[in-house]
Design a binder for this molecule. Structure first.
Ligand SMILES: [Zn+2]
Ligand SMILES: [Zn+2]
Length: 350
């Protein structure tokens, strides 16, 4: 590597990532320069790799589950100093729109992201500009936490916020449809919030999920059979059913599993080509079912997630079980897709 240059995984176009040598960015005015030590591969990164970045953006460094060390600080920055260990999350809100003015930054009309609108963390360094310092997410990593585990703060943030917003509470029966990292996170967070019975409906990644020691995991290979088995366990139905898989069949199944006046939470998108769903509206009406969406997190999201990992409510070490170099980033994505690993972290210095 030439002096002053770094390696970066650059999204050129659909299914086309190129490893380039790029100049190390300068420390932005009123910003910081962070040496990236870990950047998680998100389900969203994989979706973007196959479908393209938002707004048709190309020639961009992807990656948004970032942890690293501050190496340079603009004199205008007081919160951080060189040597600080920090975690970053992608969302950057505008501060001006209807939602931002009400503190609902996750719903910002002009929402931008690291790894899409700003260069992301699949690189040796990331410049954190003023707008991200002010309207994005950068937090100190708690003492003793590894960079790999800190990078898991971002995916944890959304799950914590979803259950806070939808008030998963003491004594609840919660069903999670989905066995990926997000499904496992929902299981852990529901338990931490005091849910009495937490049940997972799993498919291809059941073996991985079983390692968490959850009490109730059912195979969802045959959804009809699974629905019947779970119904026996939950009596009148679950208080809350969380759909954590990218398909609409889960939403229909959720409606069969939820109790009267129960809540169905749609967490995670389905393919953009066909987002439409069919639900029995009579059941929704007569049983007073609430169907809710949840996306991203408030400004406290990343801080709370790092605390939850630190307190072992979320066991980051159970998720992060793969590591690749920048050169092997596409391999890393395949490791996630195939179920070989739950969460793969890229180490740009490997
Ligand atoms: Zn992510
Ligand atoms: Zn806004």
């Amino acid at each position: 590597m030439k002096k002053g240059y770094m390696k970066a995984a650059v999204f050129k176009d659909i299914e086309h990532i190129v490893i380039e040598e790029r100049p190390i960015p300068e420390c932005p005015s009123e910003g910081v320069l962070v040496k990236v030590n870990a950047c998680g591969i998100c389900g969203g990164d994989i979706r973007n790799y196959y479908n393209g970045l938002k707004d048709g953006i190309k020639d961009q460094i992807m990656g948004h589950e970032i942890a690293g060390e501050v190496v340079e600080v603009d004199p205008g920055v007081r919160r951080f100093k060189a040597g600080d260990r920090v975690a970053l999350a992608p969302d950057v809100s505008c501060g001006e729109c209807y939602y931002c003015k009400r503190g609902q930054v996750n719903l910002c009309e002009n929402h931008r992201m690291l790894g899409t609108h700003f260069p992301g963390g699949f690189a040796g360094y990331i410049a954190v500009p003023k707008i991200v310092m002010e309207r994005g997410f950068i937090e100190h990593i708690p003492e003793g936490m590894s960079y790999d585990h800190a990078a898991f703060g971002e995916p944890s943030s959304g799950v914590l916020a979803c259950q806070e917003y939808n008030q998963v509470s003491y004594g609840d029966t919660v069903i999670v449809i989905g066995d990926g990292p997000v499904g496992c996170l929902h299981m852990e967070v529901a338990k931490a919030r005091g849910a009495r019975k937490v049940i997972m409906l799993a498919r291809g990644r059941m073996k991985q999920a079983q390692k968490f020691g959850f009490e109730y995991i059912f195979s969802n290979k045959d959804p009809k059979e699974a629905t019947n088995k779970v119904k026996e366990l939950v009596g009148p139905g679950a208080d809350i059913v969380i759909c954590a898989v990218p398909n609409t069949a889960a939403q229909q199944q959720a409606l069969e599993l939820v109790r009267k006046r129960g809540r169905i939470i749609i967490y995670g998108g389905v393919p953009k080509s066909n987002p439409m769903t069919t639900l029995d509206s009579n059941k929704i009406h007569y049983d007073e079912i609430m169907i809710l969406g949840a996306f991203s997190y408030p400004c406290t999201g990343l801080y709370h997630a790092l605390q939850a990992i630190h307190n072992k409510d979320i066991h980051a070490e159970m998720y992060v079980n793969g590591k690749v170099s920048l050169d092997n980033i596409v391999n890393g994505m395949e490791m996630v897709t195939s179920g070989q690993a739950i969460k793969v972290v890229v180490d740009p210095w490997m």
